[in-house]
Design a protein around this ligand. Structure first.
Ligand code: C6P
Length: 416
């Protein structure tokens, strides 16, 4: 029997689900059970409608025209910047619209690490990073002669911070760290870690791809120097993401991409740059994406991030219990709910995660299987792959039960 779970009586999941048209879909003859929100979330009608309304009524290029539509589009884009900055509790002049977390971190790697760090300087990452928060630093290290070092994890899948001060000592200039692991679900204590990094003279680049959608993230409270996240994991459109950086750092950093919009004055010989954050937004931006992301912020805040988080914690408790009941399951990451979010990776006996995912899909259950863009972490656990279930505001406890039944079928099929 699974442990009784305390659901938030205020979160009307049936009503929330009615906002997400895709959740009515069937996969074959089964209702869709979408347990892959860590890969990308589904989109509420409010976001789809906001994108649609923008294209239907105000579409024009931004920061260029003198005509009415151009001004409306520019207003919509800049209002979206203010809205998303407010969601992040951050000064809007530090908010750069990019495509996704990956692009945001590449921007920092190119315009900060490669340009403003010196050969021999060190960047510290962790072994639980997504490739997006590792490969850009590797490229910067190769091109600029920087060193890279990694914080390890303990048996429970939490960071081993006993080595942190030694790793942060000179010549470390930057700590690049995820807020919540997309594999282990581990939530790192960023406020405390940032204090230690700053005390050692290092800046902090936070990969918030898996945290901003699921909990209140305040740039002011966390005090990080760079924060990256994607719209598509937080009910927003694909193709829009955010780099927030301290404006004074953006001032110091040279541009990432060159072209229209990011300049102040151009001659055949040289150019000068637009003010921040526009200096980092070359070319025509994804205005509809920004408008959709602002609508996603409104949608999430109307429900309440604390309530969404409480619901997800209740689901996670249930998920851990259901996986235990299936038997022969190895769960990766902390068991303690205080230390984790609603992303749970596991393996069932010696069945390959892809086989688990394929059999679950036959029942309409979508989980992710593979290395989760975290190959160093797979190597750390000495496994080729993991299966992963992840929850969001529209997930129900019954869907977790369906996962448990599906895993029972996997056991029968593979006779384990
Ligand atoms: N993780 C997952 O299934 P992009 O693709 O740029 O929007 O996000 C990259 C990224 C960066 N950091 C973390 C912690 C992430 O989880 C992700 C995306 C997805 O886990 C797709 S690989």
């Amino acid at each position: 029997m699974s442990t009784p779970v305390a659901t938030d009586p205020g979160l009307d999941v049936a009503r929330i689900r009615a906002d997400f048209p895709i959740l009515e879909r069937e996969i074959g003859t089964n209702p869709l059970v979408y347990l892959d929100s860590a890969a990308t979330s589904q989109k509420p009608r409010a976001v789809v409608d906001a994108v649609d309304a923008y294209y239907a009524t105000s579409n024009a290029n931004v920061h260029r025209g003198v005509h009415t539509l151009g001004n409306e589009a520019t207003d919509s884009f800049e209002r979206a910047r203010l809205r998303v900055a407010a969601f992040l509790d951050a000064p809007p002049e530090g908010l750069v619209f990019v495509r996704n977390t990956t692009e945001a971190i590449n921007l920092v790697a190119s315009s900060y690490a490669m340009q403003l760090l010196a050969p021999g300087d060190r960047i510290v990452v962790t072994v639980m990073e997504h490739h997006s928060n590792l490969v850009p630093w590797q490229l910067a290290a190769q091109r600029r002669g920087l060193q890279l070092a990694a914080i390890d994890i303990d048996e429970d899948g939490r960071l081993d911070l006993s080595t942190l001060d030694a790793l942060l000592a000179a010549p470390t200039r930057l700590l690049a760290i995820g807020h919540q692991s997309n594999v282990l679900g581990t939530v790192n204590d960023i406020r405390a870690i940032t204090e230690r990094a700053h005390a050692a003279g290092a800046l902090v680049c936070l990969d918030a791809a898996q945290s901003v959608p699921h909990m209140s993230v305040s740039a002011r409270d966390l005090d990080c120097d760079f924060i990256a996240f994607s719209g598509h994991k937080m009910c927003g459109p694909m193709g829009i993401g955010v780099l927030w950086a301290r404006p004074e750092l953006l001032e110091l950093m040279p541009p990432f991409l060159g072209g229209g919009s990011m300049i102040s004055r151009v001659t055949l010989e040289r150019s000068t740059w637009n003010t921040v954050p526009h200096k980092f937004e070359a070319g025509t931006p994804d205005v509809a994406g920004a408008v959709g992301l602002a609508a996603a912020c409104d949608y999430i805040d109307a429900i309440g991030r604390d309530r969404i988080h409480a619901h997800e914690m209740s689901l996670t408790r249930h998920l851990l219990d259901v996986l235990d009941e299936v038997g022969d399951i190895t769960i990766f990451g902390p068991r303690d709910l205080e230390a984790r979010g609603g992303v749970v990776s596991f393996n069932l006996a010696d069945v390959h995660a892809h086989d688990v995912g394929t059999i679950l899909d036959r029942r309409g259950i979508a989980v992710r299987a593979g290395h989760h863009c975290a190959q160093p972490l797979m190597a750390r656990y000495d496994v080729p792959s993991m299966a992963r279930a992840s929850v969001y505001l529209y997930t129900t406890h019954e869907e977790i039960d369906a996962l448990g039944e599906g895993l029972g079928e996997v056991r029968r099929v593979f006779r384990v």
